[in-house]
Design a protein around this ligand. Sequence first.
Ligand code: DAT
Ligand code: MG
Length: 152
Amino acid sequence: MERSLVLVKPDGVQRGLVGEVFSRLERRGLRLVGAKFLEVSKDLAKKHYAEHEGKPFYDGLIKYITSSPVMAMAWEGPNAVAAIRQTMGSTRPTEAAPGSLRHDFGLEVGRNLTHASDAPETGEREVKLWFDSDELVEWERAIDRWVFEDSD
Ligand code: DAT
Ligand code: MG
């Protein structure tokens, strides 16, 4: 079972798309394990985007993610990382597949609405960075065996 961090970034929150993101991920069959609404500190933003430090868009990225509250979520499921990135769409909204969130709601890479972990190891690391262990809920859904082939 993979885990992914998902953020509805400041533009997504300001545009009232938190429910849309929850809805699409629930509909996909993923299982929510944690959620919180917060203002991102500069320290957390720098840790989260450490891989992009030094790139031309880095300063703008830190400013963007710390500019207004975000909705942070942890989701899990088989193939959760690939499934969630597909639901979000490519980084550049104009390259995102029709029907994906970034396609349906976005225009610019610097206002691409959401973040999702890019590999299973990244998912584990990012969920730990954003959530304390007591903020994550291990639970069984009544429908799990109808969505997850191996739910035991
Ligand atoms: P993703 O968020 O799809 O994982 P990423 O990790 O490559 O994409 O980049 C992180 C964020 O940085 C991305 O969501 C938007 C911003 N970004 C990436 N490339 C950019 C660019 N060339 N110009 C402006 N912003 C960029
Ligand atoms: Mg990324």
